[in-house]
Write a protein that binds this ligand. Structure first.
Ligand code: G6P
Length: 532
């Protein structure tokens, strides 16, 4: 059956049945089927409205995933619109992978060895700034050249034993100004991370950083390193090839944290722990490649997403890590998921017959509970929630905090599931109100319940677990993309805005704006008046 016909059939049955998730939870076999295990992860999708027979039909929709997956892992050019292989998995792999008849793995291992050597030199004080041992590292990059390492460096803070790491991404000068405050140029290493080395934000920030450093040291370029596929451009910028770590075009920006783009993370936590990070991802790769679809965690996450978004029609998904150090995970996943699957055209160039990827958003718990959970519990449009929590934190003396964290995480999914009826709401306030006022007040305290959520649990957020977590989401996005028939590995949708920004530059300097639409002209005129 065609994917979209399958979705329509599932939607019709789900609408007719209008199941209560609490009723579905009575079926032990269904619950076992909707609970997945891979390495250190347990994924519970029993609090969704997927019935046992729905699950069997959803799995059938994933039938094309294995062949496509195998094509990806073995170096086929599955990124068809850019005519590229998709091999971020090779960055953490061990086995040979052939692209155009050449094994890419010796190159991958050579680059990893160079990263390790440089990280060790920086961490061990053998590579120094012109004022002594490197105390601070600033990674300048944006999108995939920022979000992965920035998210991972924060996530693995308990494992830091190297120099401090900072991240500058926004072309807004505020980002550079705030980050560079208090840094000593003579003991700072600047890493310019850009796959293409053409990204205007990154090049602007890199030049500003070079000027800043040039104010204090005689040879600023000596304290610069670059991570890029464009050797010629890094050389033009003045960075010595010995401090340029290259990678190939078969690594997409949002999938690039495993190689040179992860250098800041490697410097922060050390090469051995970076190896653990890679190993965690490799174990998830192996699970994705070998586990049957019905027990395959990335496929299960993908099907939970397909069910909530395409079958039930819920437009967004909230990612809610009950793990404060995963504060940047929602932003990271926004790029991973929305840049990969936010598409309207199939691989064949036709319009997608339904909606592709959902809006992904979120914040860590418990903070979100005191902000937007109001809408999640009582707003009219259900928001499928993706909870995640570790069994243990890293703060040995603060386990009572972690106990509360777990309790809150489980409480939220329980509240979403069960809700509170009008009668129950009335009972909670019957001592304070009577008559019509009691009914009115009770109405505000009703929770519909029956709201879907999934929960991912793991023992503790270690480098290995983080590696597995990111790989899990990468493969989830891949599996969804295969089912939707789209190319998850291009991002043409970011181009138009970039082109227009280039054409608008001179207009901000006062050039003739008459070719622009009326709204843009008016906004520009006011901004120019204020700029004086
Ligand atoms: O690494 P760079 O070439 O500088 O690209 C940085 C980012 O910008 C692009 O516009 C894309 O949307 C991202 O996928 C990419 O990660």
């Amino acid at each position: 059956m065609d994917f979209w016909q399958g979705i329509e059939a599932l939607k019709a049955r789900w609408t007719a049945r209008a199941p209560r998730i609490t009723d579905l939870l009575g079926d032990g076999d269904r619950n076992a089927a909707l609970t997945g295990v891979a390495g250190s992860f347990v994924f519970d999708m029993t609090k969704t409205s997927i019935a046992a027979d729905d699950w069997a039909e959803l799995l059938a929709l994933a039938a094309d995933v294995p062949a496509r997956r195998d094509a990806m892992f073995t170096g086929a050019r599955i990124n068809e619109t850019e005519d590229r292989a998709v091999l971020h998995t090779a960055l953490r792999g061990t086995d040979p992978v052939m692209v155009d008849g050449v094994d890419v793995m010796p190159g991958v291992h050579d680059t990893l060895a160079r990263m390790r050597a440089f990280a060790d030199e920086v961490r061990g004080g053998r590579f120094t700034g012109q004022g002594g041992t490197i105390t601070d590292v600033v990674n300048i990059g944006i999108g995939g050249s920022d979000l992965g390492p920035a998210m991972a460096v924060l996530a693995l803070a308990p494992f830091h034993d190297g120099p401090r790491c900072h991240f500058v991404s926004n072309v807004d000068g505020a980002d550079w100004a705030e980050t560079s405050k208090g840094l000593d140029p003579a003991t700072t290493l600047v890493i310019v991370a850009s796959k293409t080395f053409t990204t205007i934000e990154t090049l602007t920030n890199a030049k500003t950083a070079r000027d800043w450093m040039g104010g204090s040291v005689s040879d600023p370029a000596a304290q610069f390193a670059a991570l890029s596929t464009a050797d010629d451009k890094t050389r033009d910028f003045g960075i010595d090839p010995s401090r340029v770590l290259g990678f190939e075009d078969w690594v997409g920006g949002r999938y690039s944290v495993w190689g040179p783009i992860g250098l800041s993370l490697m410097i922060a936590i050390g090469p051995d722990r970076f190896d653990d990070f890679l190993r965690g991802a490799r174990e998830m790769d192996s699970h994705f490649r070998t586990a049957p679809l019905a027990e395959n965690l990335p496929v299960m996450l993908a099907l939970a997403g397909i069910w909530n978004h395409q079958v039930c029609g819920y437009p967004t998904r909230a990612v809610l890590p009950y793990d404060n150090r995963l504060a940047r995970l929602p932003a990271y996943l926004q790029q991973l998921e929305m840049e990969s699957n936010g598409k309207g055209v199939t691989m064949a160039g036709d319009a997608v017959a339904g909606v592709a990827g959902p809006v992904v958003w979120g914040e860590p718990g418990t903070n979100g509970q005191h902000a937007f959970y109001q809408l999640i519990h009582q707003g009219k449009v259900p928001v499928p929630c993706e909870f995640m929590v570790a069994a243990r934190g890293h703060e040995a003396g603060l386990d009572h905090h972690h106990r509360l964290l777990i309790a809150n995480c489980l409480a939220q999914s329980e509240a979403l599931l069960k809700g509170r009826s009008h009668a129950e709401a009335r009972a909670t306030i019957a001592d304070r109100f009577t008559g019509a006022e009691l009914e009115r007040q009770a109405a505000h305290r009703v929770f519909e319940g029956n709201r879907p959520s999934t929960t991912l649990i793991y023992p503790q957020l270690t480098p290995e677990v983080l590696g597995g977590l990111i790989a899990l989401y990468e493969h989830r996005v891949f599996a969804e993309g295969v089912m939707l028939g789209i190319n998850s590995f291009d991002q043409w949708g970011v181009e138009l805005g970039k082109e227009l920004a280039t054409s608008l530059g001179p207009l901000v300097d006062g050039a003739d704006a008459s070719g622009k639409d009326a709204s843009t002209q008016a906004l520009l005129a006011q901004l120019l008046a204020w700029r004086g």
